[in-house]
Every structure is written in structure tokens, then in C-alpha cells.
Ligand binder design. Structure first.
Ligand code: NAI
Length: 248
């Protein structure tokens, strides 16, 4: 039976690459974005790959809307097999005393509450249809402290906590919960950190023993591995895909 996956924030970067990778592997893919203007673009991207996609507008900070998208997906496809809680923002690239309190609040809303809503309502839907898998987007910043990144660190450490805790809650109920922890990947989120003047590209590359940035496809494949039937024994794992960052 064809499987169904929701990917939040799936119109750019890691989310888009992941959505296309699931589609290539035969999944029915639901992509959400807070920007309705992105629908035409994502439909075109999928058409080029001879794949189909369902698009729903969704701001992940709105719990009722998250629940509604999950319910609509189950109504359309019969069940939800996987959700990739990918939506995330990175603000406040400054040393802590110079950060804005509001930037932490915004990141907690999107990176933590948004992931929590996605997990909670997906889990409750999956429990009714025989289980499923959840993959959250953590980060090297969810495992380590990074300079001038304490606020983003806090939000991604919370994602690690949600992942590990929920994996235990549902380990015997057919729901596996994992996260990927990417190093620096070539996407808009990183471009913003570079443009804010906190880092330059070669400094970021040098943080990784492989000495380059990662590609979105590297993360897409790891997410697919965690979410799909390629693996049935991994849960509560925070999978590093980071060019060796955590080996030091
Ligand atoms: P991106 O900026 O291309 O993707 C983030 C997506 O989240 C965007 O599509 C954005 O519109 C969406 N989003 C933000 N706030 C939202 C909201 N309230 N509701 C719905 N969607 C929202 O950047 P990227 O790199 O693809 O990020 C994907 C995930 O990977 C994020 O969670 C990020 O923190 C994480 N990550 C990225 C790394 C990198 O170096 N690029 C490294 C480690 C983790």
C-alpha cells in the first residue's frame, strides 16, 4: 500500500529535497508552507520530476491549523504514515547579552511548539491507524553549543528532548520517533546567518572535518531512512549528518 508523508516547510531547502525524495520512492507527499504563493512553484517542481504533490497552507505555530492539515491528510489518503517536522527559523545570531528576547520567543513558537503540535496530532492520528513514524529536524546546534547561537541552541535542544521523550512514550505502540542533526547545509537559513555577518562561508566549512557544507540531498536521504521501512529498529535516535562535526 502506498504510504503518505507530510513535510512541513517543504517548499524550500531541506524540506523540498526531502519531499522530492519521498515522492521518488513512491510516497504520496503532502507539502505544507505558510506562504500560499509557493503552491504553484512546488507543483511545477514536482511536475518536472514526474511526481505529484498535495499542497496545504500551514503556519506551524497555529495548533488548530496543524491538527486540521493532519485530519485533511488522513481524510484524503486514509492514513498518515510519516510526518517530517522540518519548519524552522534561525534568529538572534549574536552573543547572548546582545540578543533580543522576542527572537527567542519566535524561535520557541516555531522550532519547539510547531514541532510539538506536529508530533502530538500526528501521533494521535497514527494511533488510530496502526502506527507511523516521526522525524524532527534537530541540528548540530541541538547537541552542542555554537558561538553566538545560544537561542537557536535552546530551541534545537528542545527538539532533541521532545524526540527522545516521545520515542519512549510510543515505543511499543508502533510509532518510531527520530531526529536528524544536520551540520551546516547550503540553504536560505544559513544564507541569513552569513548575511547577518556572524559567520563567513569558509569559517563555517572549517567547522566540519570534511571541510565543506552539506547538500540538502544528504539530509533528505537520512530523513527517508529514519521514516521509511528501510529501518524498523531505530527510535529515539538523533542521527548526525554533519561532515564529522560530532566526531571531535
Ligand atoms: P529553509 O529556510 O529553506 O527552510 C525552513 C522552512 O521552514 C521554510 O520553508 C520556512 O518557510 C518554514 N517555516 C518557518 N517558519 C514557519 C512557520 N511558522 N510555519 C510553517 N513553516 C515555517 O532552511 P532549511 O535549512 O531547509 O531548514 C529546514 C530545517 O533544518 C529547519 O528546522 C532548520 O532549523 C534545520 N537545520 C538546518 C540546517 C542548515 O544548515 N541549513 C542545519 C541544521 C538544521
Amino acid at each position: 500500500m502506498t504510504r503518505t508523508v507530510i513535510i512541513t516547510g517543504g517548499t524550500s531547502g531541506i524540506g523540498k529535497a526531502t519531499a522530492l525524495y519521498f515522492a521518488k520512492n513512491g510516497y504520496k507527499v503532502v507539502v505544507t508552507s505558510r506562504n500560499p504563493n509557493k503552491e504553484a512553484e512546488i507543483l511545477e517542481d514536482f511536475e518536472k520530476e514526474e511526481a505529484t504533490v498535495t499542497f496545504y497552507e500551514l503556519d506551524v505555530t497555529k495548533e488548530e491549523l496543524v491538527k486540521e492539515v493532519i485530519n485533511k491528510t488522513v481524510a484524503k489518503f486514509g492514513k498518515l504514515d510519516s510526518i517530517v517536522n522540518n519548519s524552522g527559523i534561525s534568529l538572534g545570531n549574536a552573543i547572548l547579552g546582545e540578543t533580543e528576547s522576542d527572537e527567542l520567543k519566535q524561535m520557541l513558537e516555531t522550532n519547539v511548539m510547531g514541532v510539538y503540535y506536529g508530533m502530538k496530532h500526528a501521533i494521535n492520528a497514527m494511533l488510530k491507524t496502526g502506527g507511523g513514524t516521526i522525524v524532527n529536524l534537530a541540528s548540530i546546534a541541538g547537541i552542542n553549543g555554537l558561538y553566538a547561537t545560544a537561542l537557536y541552541n535552546a530551541s534545537k535542544h528542545a527538539v532533541v528532548g521532545l524526540t527522545k521523550g516521545a520515542s519512549l512514550d510510543y515505543a511499543t505502540q508502533g510509532i518510531r520517533v527520530n531526529a536528524v542533526a544536520p551540520g551546516a547545509i547550503k540553504t536560505d537559513i544559513l544564507k541569513n546567518a552569513i548575511e547577518s555577518g556572524t559567520y563567513d562561508v569558509s569559517a563555517i566549512e572549517a567547522l566540519h572535518p570534511i571541510n565543506r557544507l552539506g547538500e540538502v540531498e544528504d539530509i533528505a536521504k537520512a530523513i527517508y531512512f529514519l521514516a521509511s521501512e528501510e529501518n524498523s529498529f531505530m527510535t529515539g535516535t538523533i542521527l548526525s549528518v554533519d561532515g564529522g562535526y560530532n566526531a571531535r
